[in-house]
Design a protein around this ligand. Structure first.
Ligand code: SF4
Ligand code: SF4
Length: 178
């Protein structure tokens, strides 16, 4: 086949493809007019949730902070008079966050959760730093039942040692002596 014939064939094939697509329904989604509903497990903005009793779930254990590969979580722990731990302050730098979800995986209390909400970009990068009051929500998020202090084994207003779910009474170690 001559070079001219090959070129014409390629041209015809290209036009045929264009022609076929002229009659297809468009699949373009016009954002922001149309916002595709995202699955509930999509990983975007982070929240700090409360347990079913309405108390803050976060016990400021620093596990999320340790698991975070970009070190964008920081906090300071404190303790209430009833022995319940919580974060005195809690900060996430969303400008550094890569939305990997490792903090959520590491959290023993189901406090920190990623949500599908992604529309929170800012021109001023300092506004991407979220404090505890920006992160805390008064609901349980994806986990409507879990209450860490009902399983915790620490003395709080929820119960003393041995009084929690699936927990045995503390062993008197002296009773084990020969
Ligand atoms: S989603 Fe990943 S990067 Fe973002 S705060 Fe959690 S662990 Fe860090
Ligand atoms: S959010 Fe979870 S992992 Fe992070 S400090 Fe609070 S309880 Fe610990």
């Amino acid at each position: 086949m001559s070079g001219i014939a090959e070129a014409l064939l390629a041209l015809a094939s290209g036009f045929a493809t264009t022609f076929r697509h002229l009659f297809r329904r468009p699949i373009t989604e016009s954002y922001p007019e149309y916002k595709r509903p995202l699955p509930v497990r999509s990983r975007a903005r982070i929240i700090l949730t409360c347990d079913p009793d309405g108390e803050e779930r976060c016990v400021a254990c620093y596990l999320c902070s340790a698991a975070c590969p970009v070190s964008c979580i920081s906090m300071q722990s404190t303790e209430r008079e009833d022995g319940r731990r919580l974060a005195a302050w809690f900060r996430i730098n969303f400008a550094r966050c890569i939305y990997c979800g490792l903090c959520e995986e590491a959290c023993p209390t189901s406090a920190i959760q990623l949500t599908p909400y992604y529309e929170f970009c800012e021109r001023d990068i300092l506004k991407m730093v979220a404090e505890k009051e920006n992160l805390l929500v008064r609901h349980c998020g994806k986990d409507p039942e879990y209450n860490f202090y009902r399983y915790a084994g620490v003395v709080t207003n929820v119960g003393g040692k041995g009084a929690h779910a699936k927990e045995s009474a503390p062993v008197d170690v002296k009773s084990l002596l020969p």
